[in-house]
Design a protein around this ligand. Structure first.
Ligand code: NAD
Ligand code: IPM
Ligand code: MN
Length: 365
């Protein structure tokens, strides 16, 4: 049987709750497929700050780098919100993405038939939505220099950041996006702010240059403000979206709500080589942490992405995806996706139900 080393990074808030559930599901699906996992659990974010004084201990990054895939819960919380920049949980996550060189963040937003009623959009608008946001993850304004605090020419205090993209950074995310679109419906929409920002003008120029390699993919461009509007007006017009780090952050949260809840959206962050990083797109949800209310499905589906994109274990991934659908078909819902006539469960119970489905489902070959 095959062996893989998985790094688990539970993090903060609901992170440990959703990771413990997802780990069990991952484990069962893998063992049915004859895959063996070795787990190593390490601290990141606020948990790491409390334990070691830094949000990404060297040990954690090293363990992650040396493993086959990384599954992360979420980081952040009120307790550390006023910390200096380098001592913020969020800085730990950014250093992890940078350290693993996972520049391509895939965030699929699919409206499942079972959850159409959980969407805040009308049935006819939400039904059938199936889009993929390809977010650039290790560049742009999140990492650009100069950045910091200072004073302007009038002696007033300022804070500043820089949106900057080099050609190679755009070219490589463009190729991932074109390849992704090619395997989907062959439509790619590049979202930018090229009417105002030089970094976006350059982004568009490079996207158009790389497009020459993909004549079979239908490329369009859209300004980000319009894209935010179009996502709620007619989300079905989108197949694959490619965009920069910050626009991708915002648009994927928006897209998640079309599907019913941010608690449903998984993600895969991939580099040119080395382990991928898999995490739900949501945060540590401090408002519901410790109450067994979190929806674990985004993390469970991230575990499925880990199997598929991280390890090439498609069958085990399909098993998890099918089990999630089966659990929803049986009517189980956490609070965030609850609607009349369904069964309200907590995080743990949802996990147990998914486990039952993983165990009992017979997949057709
Ligand atoms: P959030 O995603 O944590 O929460 C936003 C809202 O969605 C909250 O009402 C929360 O209860 C709800 N929610 C989120 N996940 C849910 C789930 N699985 N099930 C049910 N409801 C869920 O965003 P926020 O409140 O803006 O940020 C909280 C903290 O998380 C901050 O410290 C932020 O920096 C951090 N954060 C971390 C990540 C990450 O680790 N990747 C992502 C986003 C935010
Ligand atoms: C996300 C989060 C992170 C981001 C924060 C916590 C650094 O919002 O994963 O979407 O902005 O990338
Ligand atoms: Mn985000």
């Amino acid at each position: 049987s095959k062996r893989h080393t998985i790094t688990l990074l539970p993090g903060d808030g609901i992170g440990p709750e959703v990771i413990s559930v997802a780990r069990n599901v991952l484990n069962l699906a893998a063992s049915i497929e004859g895959i063996e996992f070795k787990y190593q659990e390490l601290p990141v974010g606020g948990a790491a700050l409390d334990l070691t004084g830094v949000p990404l201990p060297e040990e954690t990054l090293l363990a992650a780098k040396q493993s086959d895939a990384v599954l992360l819960g979420a980081i952040g919380g009120y307790k550390w919100d006023k910390n200096e920049k380098h001592l913020k949980p969020e800085t730990g996550l950014l250093k992890l993405r940078e350290g693993l060189k996972v520049f391509a963040n895939l965030r699929p937003a699919t409206v499942l038939p079972q959850l159409v009623d959980a969407s805040t959009l009308k049935r006819e608008v939400a039904e059938g939505v199936d889009l993929m946001v390809v977010r650039e993850l290790t560049g742009g304004i999140y990492f650009g220099k100069p950045r910091g605090f200072g004073t302007n020419e009038n002696g007033e205090e300022i804070g500043f950041n820089t949106e900057v993209y080099a050609a190679y950074e755009i070219d490589r995310i463009a190729r991932v996006a074109f390849e992704t679109a090619r395997k989907r419906k062959g439509k790619l929409c590049s979202v930018d702010k090229a009417n105002v920002l030089e970094a976006s003008m350059f982004w568009r120029k490079r996207i158009m240059a790389i497009a020459l390699e993909y004549p079979d993919v239908e490329l369009s461009h859209m300004y980000v403000d319009n894209a935010a509007m179009q996502l709620v007006r007619d989300p079905k017009q989108f197949d694959t979206i490619v965009t920069n780090n910050i626009f991708g952050d915002i648009l994927s949260d928006e897209a998640s709500m079309i599907t019913g809840s941010i608690g449903m959206l998984p993600s895969a962050s991939l580099g040119e080589s080395g382990p991928g990083l898999f995490e739900p797109i949501h945060g540590s949800a401090p408002d519901i942490a410790g109450q067994d209310k979190a929806n674990p499905l985004a993390t469970i589906l991230s575990a499925a992405m880990l199997l598929k994109y991280g390890l090439g274990e498609e069958n085990a991934a399909k098993r998890i995806e099918a089990a999630v659908l089966d659990t929803l078909n049986k009517g189980f819902r956490t609070g965030d996706i609850y609607s009349a006539g369904t069964k309200l469960v907590g995080c743990k119970e949802m996990g147990e139900e998914v486990l039952k489905s993983v165990d009992s489902l017979v997949l057709s070959p």
